[in-house]
Ligand binder design. Structure first.
Ligand code: GLY
Ligand code: MN
Ligand code: MN
Length: 434
């Protein structure tokens, strides 16, 4: 958790933009059943956590900038010795005030009594409908209550506005404190990938490398930001492969896409390395092309360029390289225009990165690609995937290569968050041999 002042500052900034005639309502992430009476591990909703640092389920934040007697209202579970003995500690409304800086706190089961009073005094409600259908019902029943009481002088809000526009624009720009956490998530992930490279042996099963990755995440107080992908041989060509249950063959590549989440912030890294520690010539040809594309893309990720410039740079290098190798036939510019590269490069070169691995924030503004600015964090992850049976490409069958790193845009360039992880074939081979 960050310093309390940081959450307070974020709430103030959001409330300034909302104006005094509005309130915002944010529910905590819902609890999810995994099977029968076993729940999925709880992970707080990113927006909720961003504004409060409050880690519990069954909680609701209300921000009411126009209210004199308390603008930050937190609803949460009451203390309950019996429940806490069985299921773990709770902060309770007292803790919400003392430790999380709430101006006012109530038991969550009082929500339906208190919410109409808060909502009845405002014109707009910032609430993102549809994400949490269960909670939508509370909000709607509250609106209907107010409508029924209109002859008593109450009124229902005139409009519902999605919070995304204001809040997600704030989240897109990372502060110094957030970058500290993102560097930490990146560092843990770098160590995990190095560990996987060092432990890899032909004959192991993919899940053994997944275990090495998770070992490094957990021993550093982190979890995973998304389920790890460990795909060897033909599986390296399946973008979202997560079975991770095949033996790894001598002579094959293995692609690992794995990133840690540390105090709510994600890293997202991919490396592709030879199971036996040495890239074959054919593997090197593809790997080095992807690496050149990544370098070209990173060079374009600078302030003043727009979101799509790095992608365009990667596509150009990959397409030109594929023509040179004989994977594509024709003129580079025409092949780019026709998107012929998509046969082997079918995803984009990156995405925003932050509390969510595919983080929030618009990629376009008024239909134009967004300009890159200081504090934006993103991945740069070109790849090439040549599945078995690809015509005229037998030499490269079952070679899937992705190289993914994380960067933050700085005042005059970018900073690599995922430093220290071998990237060239020589660097990877040296770590595997060590
Ligand atoms: N790990 C998901 C992605 O690379 O976008
Ligand atoms: Mn990614
Ligand atoms: Mn990834």
């Amino acid at each position: 958790m960050l310093n309390l002042k940081i959450y307070a500052q974020r709430r103030r900034q959001l409330m300034r933009m909302m104006g005094e005639d509005a309130i915002a309502i944010l529910p905590a992430a819902p609890l999810q059943i995994r099977n029968r009476d076993v729940e999925q591990p709880f992970r707080q909703d990113s927006d909720f956590y961003y504004l409060s640092g409050f880690p519990e389920p069954e909680a609701v934040i209300v921000l009411a900038p126009g209210r004199r007697q308390g603008k930050f209202i937190l609803f949460c579970r009451d203390r309950d010795p019996k429940m806490e003995t069985w299921h773990g500690r709770r902060y309770g409304p007292e803790g919400a005030i003392e430790l999380f800086g709430a101006d006012e706190a109530h038991a969550i089961d009082k929500l339906d009594d208190v919410l109409p009073g808060l909502m009845g005094q405002c014109e707009s409600v910032y609430y993102t409908i549809g994400l949490n259908p269960e909670f939508d019902k509370h909000v709607m029943s509250c609106v209907n209550d107010l409508r029924r009481q209109s002859r008593g002088g109450k009124h229902a809000p005139y409009e519902f506005v999605s919070l995304d526009y204001l809040l997600h624009d704030m989240r897109l720009f990372k502060s110094r404190d957030e970058l500290r956490l993102m560097r930490k998530a990146a560092k843990i992930s770098v160590q995990a990938h190095i560990r996987a490279m060092q432990h890899c042996q032909p004959g192991q099963v993919e899940y053994e490398l997944e275990a090495e990755i998770l070992h490094e995440f957990h021993r550093n107080g982190a979890g995973w930001a998304y389920p790890s992908i460990v795909g060897s041989g033909a599986n390296s060509c399946i973008l979202h492969y997560t079975e991770n249950n095949q033996p790894m063959q001598d002579g094959d590549l293995v692609l690992i896409d794995a990133g840690a989440e540390y105090d709510g912030y994600a890293a997202d890294i991919t490396r592709t390395f030879p199971v036996n520690g040495e890239y074959s010539e054919a593997q090197k040809e593809i790997y080095e092309l992807v690496l050149a594309a990544q370098e070209a893309a990173i060079a374009k990720a600078v302030p003043g360029n727009h979101w799509n410039d790095p992608h365009n740079a990667a596509v150009r290098v990959l397409t030109k390289g594929m023509v040179e190798l004989g994977l594509l036939k024709g003129h580079t510019s025409k092949l780019i225009k026709e998107q012929a590269y998509a046969k082997y490069y079918m995803h984009r070169t990156g995405h925003w990165l932050g509390m969510d691995v595919h983080d929030v924030g618009d990629y376009k503004v008024d239909d134009n690609w967004r300009l890159l600015e200081k504090g934006m964090t993103m991945t740069v992850e070109p790849g090439l995937y040549i599945p078995h049976g690809s015509r005229g490409a037998k030499r490269w069958w079952d070679i899937g290569v992705r190289i993914e790193d994380d960067i933050v845009i700085t005042k005059d360039g970018n900073e690599l968050l995922t430093k220290g992880l071998p990237r060239t074939t020589a660097e990877v081979e040296a770590v595997m041999a060590g």
